[in-house]
Design a protein around this ligand. Structure first.
Ligand code: AKG
Length: 504
């Protein structure tokens, strides 16, 4: 991932809600022997429950949300009987404890009881084992558990189909939500709003005046028409030019062929996302396939030469992959050009913290929902009642979105997508960037470079050497703009008489 100004802490906060359906149809809830209805994972394919699952959703073990226990007259919960004295622990804590075990112990544990079977087959546990032990050198086969076992014992006789026995009467919101978020399709209402400005062929001056100066997002259509990448970047071409080169995908480095195999077969809550800042150096042919759009040609960090922070990324992701809420590094602005696929964006201005997101006071850490899907399920609805509505859009192949500095943004790929993004500093955000780099905790905040503490001094000197006196001029311009924008009422009420201010 693009290195960010903060560390993300994932919080799983809310429970999923399920609507009960009214009309009878093919996939309505099953009537159990005791005459009660239950909602099971397979039922969720029915949109009448408020959810649609992705095609080819993963099978699981029959885990049901806790609320269903109320509908079970026998009150049998195989979670409790199967865990013995450990039933008092929360599901999250049990998963954390099992995360300390190796593959052998997890496998032994899975035959202790039905409850331990469910817990020790929890896919994220096996994902951690694969990523820790095999790094990016794995070939994904159906599930993380199969991948782990078959990588170590290629002849092990496990069924490759995703057959999984269903456990009756097992209730857990934590496990259910993880499964649901992995398999849920985006609801049409989450995609309905498109309130971003879309411009075609505006001049660079118009872009600066209307969007870059006021720090406002915009989608620029027709800006990639002369990019060879638009024609060339299909899977076969990328595989051909990248050969055995490995790219960053979350915590590991993976060959593109392995990444595509994974992307074709996985359904999980937070899919690995290929996000590589060195693709241009690894495969120079790829950087020759695109050209920075003229709108973004001023790139002042380039004055730092090889010491510039990471600034360009190749992004490849499967459906459902994406970037959870963050602000871009070093107070830079960015552009993100979609070459294949499409991406849903939700953006909030710098002074509005998105619902469900909790930054630490210094901005170095951000606590947010575990996954993008969880954010949509539990927090998206809240934005409808907010006075400051987010900017939302779907950015499609051939379009570029301008992401102004300081804006919170979340992105989810609606289909397999390939994109290029670059972060940049122009004169319009130079002062912001210098202020950011100068912060007392620059060591924690600055990212994408080794020498975080001295970046401010180095950048300031490089800029001054190239454009002597220009920083002073920018400061004066800013001050005179601020003076002009003070309203009549501000100037009257700001008199040094301890008066109050109206906030309009
Ligand atoms: O996933 C994406 O394409 C968006 C990436 C992003 O948010 C970023 O580059 O800051």
């Amino acid at each position: 991932m693009k290195s960010k100004t903060h560390t993300e802490i994932k919080l799983s906060t809310h429970k999923p809600k399920h609507k009960k359906k009214k009309k009878k149809n093919k996939s309505e809830p099953r009537e159990s022997q005791n005459g009660h209805y239950t909602l099971e994972q397979d039922d969720l394919g029915d949109p009448a429950h408020g959810f649609s699952l992705q095609a080819n959703h993963s099978l699981s073990h029959g885990v049901q949300p806790l609320g269903n226990l109320l509908l079970n007259a026998s009150s049998a919960n195989s979670r409790h009987t199967g865990l013995g004295a450990l039933y008092v622990l929360t599901d999250e804590l049990i998963v954390d404890i099992l995360g300390l075990l190796g593959a052998k112990d997890l496998s032994f544990l899975s035959v202790v009881s039905k409850a331990f079977y469910v817990f020790s087959n929890h896919e994220p546990l096996w994902r951690e084992l694969v990523l820790e032990h095999l790094k990016g050198e794995f070939s994904f086969v159906g599930s993380w558990k199969n991948t782990y076992i078959l990588s170590l014992c290629p002849c092990f006789p496990i069924p490759i189909s995703s057959f999984a026995p269903k456990i009756r009467d097992f209730y857990s919101d934590y496990l259910f939500q993880s499964w649901l978020c992995a398999n849920l399709a985006m609801k049409p209402e989450w995609l309905a709003i498109d309130n971003v400005d879309r411009k075609s062929k505006i001049s660079v001056e118009e872009f600066i005046t209307l969007y870059e100066e006021p720090n406002k997002p915009v989608i620029l259509a027709n800006a990639l028409e002369n990019w060879p990448a638009m024609e060339k970047w299909i899977r076969d071409y990328l595989l051909e030019v990248s050969g055995d080169v490995a790219f960053s995908a979350g915590p590991v480095e993976m060959k593109l062929s392995d990444y595509f195999r994974y992307a074709d077969n996985v359904k999980e809550e937070r899919p690995l996302y290929l996000f590589d800042p060195k693709f241009g150096e690894k495969i120079p042919k790829l950087s020759a396939d695109y050209k920075v759009p003229d709108y973004f040609s001023e790139d002042l960090f380039s004055l730092l030469g090889p010491e510039r922070p990471d600034y360009r990324w190749l992004i490849i992701g499967s459906t459902g992959s994406g970037s959870s809420f963050h602000i871009d590094p070093n107070s830079t602005s960015a552009w993100n050009a979609v070459i294949r696929g499409s991406k849903k964006w939700v953006l909030f201005p710098p002074d509005v913290v998105p619902p469900g997101v909790h930054p630490s006071p210094d901005g170095a850490e951000v606590a947010c929902p575990v996954s993008i899907m969880e954010w949509f399920m539990n927090f998206y609805g809240a934005t409808k009642k907010w006075k400051r509505r987010p900017v939302e859009c779907v950015c499609k192949a051939g379009e570029v979105i301008f992401v102004p500095n300081g804006w919170w943004h979340l992105v989810i790929n609606l289909e397999e997508s390939i994109a290029i993004t670059q972060n940049y500093v122009s004169r319009r955000n130079l002062l912001n960037v210098l202020d950011f780099l100068k912060k007392p905790n620059a060591k924690e905040l600055v990212s994408g470079t080794r020498d975080r503490v001295n970046l401010h001094e180095k950048f300031r000197s490089a800029y001054e050497a190239a454009f002597p006196g220009s920083i002073q001029r920018l400061i004066q311009e800013k001050q005179s703009k601020e003076k002009k924008s003070i309203s009549f009422w501000d100037s009257v009420t700001d008199a040094k008489v301890g008066g109050f201010k109206f906030g309009f």
